[in-house]
Design a protein. Sequence first.
Lengths: 200, 200
Amino acid sequence: MRPKNLIKEDAIRSIALQIISEEGLENLSMQKLAKAANISPRTIYIKYENKEDLLIKLFIEEVLGGYEKAILENFDPKMDFREGMKRLWLNTFHYLKNHKPSFSLLQHGKSSPLLNKAYQEKNIRQGEFFAPIPIFLKTNIEAGLIPDLPLDVYKALLFSPVNDLVAEYFDHADRPIQIITEEMILTCCETVIKGITTLK
Amino acid sequence: MRPKNLIKEDAIRSIALQIISEEGLENLSMQKLAKAANISPRTIYIKYENKEDLLIKLFIEEVLGGYEKAILENFDPKMDFREGMKRLWLNTFHYLKNHKPSFSLLQHGKSSPLLNKAYQEKNIRQGEFFAPIPIFLKTNIEAGLIPDLPLDVYKALLFSPVNDLVAEYFDHADRPIQIITEEMILTCCETVIKGITTLK
DNA sequence: ATCATAAGTAAACAAACGTTTACTTACTTT
DNA sequence: AAAGTAAGTAAACGTTTGTTTACTTATGAT
């Protein structure tokens, strides 16, 4: 039988992400995607059941998968707290600023009920998603190096400021001088570390 | 002449926000909105030029306007740093957790290119938007009470963790026991304050 | 009471939507 | 080399989209 053309599958994914990033989730249509990828609409339906299936698989497999892998690169739960934090922040910053379409769909995941629901179900089904980070925190809490705050508070402190700075980076990415630098990420990270390790 | 029915105008706004919150921006249509508000589609076009105009005015005037007002309530740039920070965090938490549709559109504003662009233009045109906060920070920097970090770093530290915790609050709002409490917000706020005031 | 006029309605417009039907192509297996 | 089959196409399906046209309603001013 005729084999799948993997180049076309890649094109569907990358062009879908590109359209979402440039025009928003509300402006992605199957026909627009097919035309931009130079294929027939029917071809998308070989791989994906429907539009919702495409969006969820793009979000969960393509984007969240790559994001998790990039964040955890060279990270080990047994690292020193300061070094571990810096590694996570720099991994996040470098990955996201070089993958604008992925960052864009991640942001959509926080507002679209469809994607948000899919994210929550993934979190419930796969307990190992981003698991090294809770282990890292627990180890440091048990060693008495950081206070015993709720996991949600740690998640808010670890992930949201660097995410916010990346959003700011893209908002001004066309400027002649870089507004958000690696130095600023490290300053912000250092501030959070100080806050956590100084508390109580 | 026949006067406008202000109740209908209110219904358009609140029902639009409700649909966006429950089904997402990508599932709001003018006809669905008209049907849900029990009016003719044409009535929406008396107040708004088109769909984009409706979304932008909803976002900028209705949502951002109310958000800014709520955050700055009982806040004064001359407040003590710790007290000012707590005021801002608690205002944000209480307002957002009681205004889910507004929170939802605020989140959409971070992913939708249309709304994001509108937000940036508002920020440029109206230099006074959220102005008390930069003044608050500048005053404390000049008094030597907090370090001289870039405004973007302060914005990331002040706004994003509490926003993230509100998102978590809504994700688990149907649970029997409250997951995100005011106590957690204050703990998180205290951590950030410690980080900022301890640094250097 | 009537008039002028903007508010508001019901129905319709072309265009675009997600998806499917009917068909052809290209490659593996025999 | 022929057969079998999934990949892939072009065109179309019925809906729904954003918006408008043609009309009616309700109210302040005369």
